[in-house]
Design a protein around this ligand. Structure first.
Ligand code: ATP
Ligand code: MG
Length: 285
């Protein structure tokens, strides 16, 4: 059988999470985690560690088959890969920010201004769409300090919590796009490789789904079971098992993180007691 080559970031924000994900898929990598190439002893995969900017080109020219990279990098380099899976980490947005003491009344602010960014292509096409003429100042790093040193009037950069902007006296005024880590694939995969990728995607999906759900166990008086199980339908339906007290039962189910606290509140209001919440490792449906 063939081996699927996956590129992951050598060192940076995506590295640790990408490796952990493979590990949680049960993939054992042999030669450490900071070599250039690692092979697996129990899954037909080979890991190639690269700078994130180099990953798209390597996929495009089939040096590697798949890769984990930020959507922002793919967008900036104008590749149009098939996304095998969105991975839900390294979530951020690309935004325009201006010095916080300047008044902002809309996009016209940027007309004729200098905007520093390490994403010149994304910015260029967005400005064109908005019909704004501005000067793009390409900048590899420390974009957030450019307004204070007079290099630019505004910046276009990654924002997650916004604390870097605040500490540099900037405020976010427009969100242009969002990004997260994605698993992308080459167009020319052999049938064997597609099969390996399908297996990998299946494993990762079961982990992502698990991360978004909690296992709950609770006690309920028997006359409340019917209303409680409506609140937590679970995967197929909840498990109801009798307690040694004949008037009470235990109910087991899963709750999505999205509405976790409101469901817990409704469970309590409906008479549930002794609610235990347990993390789920894998969820296969
Ligand atoms: P390399 O040395 O591999 O070129 P880099 O410095 O270009 O690394 P990182 O800073 O490690 O890249 O960021 C990798 C990806 O993580 C980015 O492309 C983006 O998708 C995401 N990212 C960057 N900054 C943040 C942030 N503050 N919050 C969340 N995600 C982020
Ligand atoms: Mg990079």
């Amino acid at each position: 059988m063939e081996t699927l080559k996956i590129a992951i970031q050598k060192s940076g924000r995506l590295s640790e999470k990408s490796l952990t994900l493979l590990e949680r898929c049960g993939i054992r990598l042999t030669n450490g985690d900071r070599k250039l190439i690692a092979v697996s002893s129990n899954f037909p995969i080979e890991v190639i560690y690269l700078r994130d900017d180099d990953i798209p080109q390597c996929i495009a020219d089939n040096t590697v088959d798949i890769g984990i990279v930020g959507e922002d990098v793919i967008l900036e380099q104008s590749f149009n890969f098939k996304i095998a899976l969105k991975l839900g980490f390294a979530k951020c947005r690309l935004s325009l920010a201006i010095p916080k003491n300047l008044p902002y009344s809309g996009l016209a602010f940027f007309q004729g201004r200098k905007i520093a960014t390490s994403y010149p292509n994304i910015l260029k096409s967005w400005l064109a769409q908005q019909n704004i003429q501005a000067q793009i100042v390409p900048c590899k790093g420390s974009v957030e300090i450019t307004p204070s040193i007079g290099m630019a009037d505004a910046i276009f950069d990654i924002v997650s919590s916004g604390s870097t902007l605040i500490s540099n006296g900037l405020r976010e005024v427009e969100t242009v796009c969002r990004s997260q880590a994605i698993l992308v694939q080459s167009e020319n995969l052999s049938n064997d490789k597609v099969e390996i990728l399908d297996d990998l995607v299946f494993r990762i999906s079961s982990i992502l789904r698990a991360e978004n759900n909690k296992y709950v166990v609770l006690n309920a008086p028997n006359n409340k079971i019917e209303s409680i199980i409506k609140l937590i339908p679970g995967i197929k339906s909840p498990t109801v098992v009798p307690l040694s007290d004949p008037d009470w039962s235990a109910i087991h189910s899963v709750i999505s993180d999205d509405d976790f606290w409101s469901v817990v509140q409704s469970l309590r209001d409906s008479g549930a007691q002794g609610i235990l919440v347990i993390p789920v490792d894998k969820m296969i449906i």
